[in-house]
Design a protein around this ligand. Structure first.
Ligand SMILES: [Zn+2]
Length: 271
């Protein structure tokens, strides 16, 4: 059973958005998971489990045995990941999959004007290649972070294809296998266009669409709990409640004030 966690930014400058997690909080979360016996899956390993068992496999389980493997993902590909997140993960023997906005690789986040009050840089190709060599995975988060469900067929297909071509051209075929839809926005039409563009896996919001590998659910980490295990990896009623809250709050995207309260509670938990 392999749930999928999603983060946006780790560390770096403070901003008005709620998608940033402090480095110390992130480090504590990852260390707690490692000590509890959790391991991260490479994207290829996760994809193999989907192929053999089906997309239902990615849904957080509801039985008593806690899962011990998860896919750790980052959206947007900010440069601060290489400084604050990847080294923490490498120390623990963890890996992660980062979904890149391919038009903005090595550029500032001018696509994100609403959520930050200062310009932030994205990872550049040399950093991406360096971390690929160390076993980290990279995949698509669209070409320009446009909401695909709002685009007509031609524009959505262009976003999907342009991003995939950039990734495959630079990193090889494996980087063209997965996409995390910007804003988690996906419907049957977008699923179809993603498949036509050559993607095999698509990550959406908290709910997902059980049975479709192109609409897999993820759990954002801004709804972290006081316990050592993030809500998305919990099997009890609180985990289910957390997933519901996240769905209402904005599906793995941005735009609530939950983060500050959660950060406070995590700090107060002392562990
Ligand atoms: Zn995004």
């Amino acid at each position: 059973m392999a749930p999928v966690l999603c983060y946006h930014r780790i560390g770096g400058a403070l901003e008005l958005g709620v998608t940033r997690v402090g480095r110390s909080v992130f480090e504590r979360q990852m260390r707690a998971l490692a000590i509890a016996g959790w391991r991260t899956l490479p994207l290829r390993g996760f994809a193999q489990r989907i192929d053999t068992v089906g997309a239902r496999h990615a849904v957080p389980p509801r039985h008593a045995d806690p899962p011990q493997e998860f896919l750790l993902t980052f959206d947007d590909g900010y440069a601060s990941l290489a400084e604050h997140a990847y080294p923490v993960l490498a120390d623990l023997g963890f890996t992660a999959t980062t979904f890149l906005i391919t038009d903005y690789i090595g550029q500032a986040n001018t696509w994100d004007v609403r959520y930050t009050w200062r310009r932030l840089r994205h990872l550049d190709w040399p950093a991406i290649e360096r971390w690929t060599e160390r076993g980290f995975d990279f995949a698509s988060h669209g070409a320009a972070h446009r909401r695909l469900t709002w685009l007509d067929d031609a524009a959505a297909a262009d976003e999907l294809a342009r991003s995939r071509e950039a990734l495959v051209g630079r990193l090889g075929a494996v980087a063209g296998h997965a996409i995390a839809y910007p804003f988690g926005a996906v419907d049957k039409r977008v699923e179809r266009l993603a498949a036509a563009a050559g993607y095999g896996l698509g990550f959406g919001g908290v709910r997902g669409d059980s049975g479709s590998p192109l609409h897999l659910p993820r759990v954002p980490v801004y709804m972290w709990d006081v316990g050592a295990t993030p809500l998305g990896l919990r099997t009890d009623a609180l985990g289910a409640a957390g997933r519901f809250v996240a769905h209402v709050a904005n599906r793995c995207a941005v735009g609530t004030s939950i983060m500050r309260g959660v950060g406070y509670r995590v700090s107060g938990a002392g562990g």
